[in-house]
Design a protein around this ligand. Structure first.
Ligand code: MLT
Length: 268
């Protein structure tokens, strides 16, 4: 499905009925990374997966990108779909966008699942690495980005023994336009530090991290869990950064239990 938001065409799926769950994907992927979650949750909840600006089937204009803009796009999609409040699941860059959504539109958020993400802004070294990756994307195209990203996103065991997952990730990355990849890198390099803001998060929060995640390691997840009042932390054994793809059953079980607890709160 497609909708016009903030001057672009945005692609999304809207499945099932009930309390909405909005899934925000990682860099440089697209909404299909949530296929196993969409399948598991759409029998009980309204599940929305979307291609962020610059990704998949959404437009990737050649212009300035920011996490504020991404948050506004998500809010506009919710408005277009008449969704007042939702639970959000954001993985990695999706989590960075979630902090921005909460900062700007807390009244639209019923609960937060922050997966394989971090609250800290980029270090100077991290910003330099983004700049270098943007140059690689510009000179060599998305397949060079796939070569760099796959070992960061997946565990060595997945890379060696699960070619179907590696191929799925590669084709998501290669399906992106350069403008989107480079735009995201700039947006992530410019993002705010959210560490001090963690204590102000007042809605239920679940933190998830793959035990082997090197991009946003368990120490980053523990920091969020310590600082967000009442947050819960789950570490998924054997998973790296894309924990929802590598260990979908474990990931879904954690989200299902979070959703069940949210439902209990609503009825008390
Ligand atoms: C992601 O998975 O979204 C990226 O690894 C995030 C990042 O590069 O900081």
């Amino acid at each position: 499905m497609q909708v016009q938001v903030n001057g672009i065409t945005m692609a999304y799926n809207d499945r099932g009925a009930g309390l909405p769950i909005v899934f925000l994907h990682a860099f440089p992927l697209n909404r299909t990374m949530w296929a196993a979650q969409e399948q598991a949750f759409s029998s009980q909840f309204r599940t929305i997966t979307l291609d962020l600006r610059g990704h998949g089937e959404s437009d990737a204009p050649l212009w300035h990108y920011s996490l504020d803009q991404a948050a506004d796009d998500v809010r506009s999609l919710m408005d277009a779909l008449s969704i007042r409040e939702a639970v959000f699941v954001g993985l990695s860059m999706g989590g960075y966008i979630l902090f921005t959504i909460y900062r700007k539109y807390a009244d639209r958020v019923k609960g937060l699942v922050l997966a394989d993400t971090r609250a800290q802004a980029d270090t100077e070294e991290g910003k330099e690495a983004r700049f270098q990756m943007a140059q690689t994307a510009y000179k060599k195209g998305p397949s060079a980005i796939a070569d760099i990203m796959i070992p960061k996103l997946l565990s060595p065991a997945t890379v060696q023994t699960r070619p179907e997952i590696v191929q799925k990730v590669r084709s998501m990355i290669e399906g992106n336009q350069m403008s989107g990849i480079v735009g995201d890198l700039m947006a992530m390099a410019e993002r705010h530090d959210s560490v001090r803001f963690l204590r102000e998060i007042a809605c239920p929060a679940q933190i998830i991290v793959g035990e082997l995640d090197q991009a946003t390691p368990p120490a980053d997840a523990k920091l969020m869990a310590e600082q967000i009042p009442g947050a819960r932390l789950a570490i998924i054994p054997g998973a790296a950064h894309l924990s929802n793809l590598e260990q979908p059953e474990a990931f879904n079980q954690i989200v299902a239990s979070f959703m069940a607890d949210l439902a209990k709160r609503r009825t008390v």
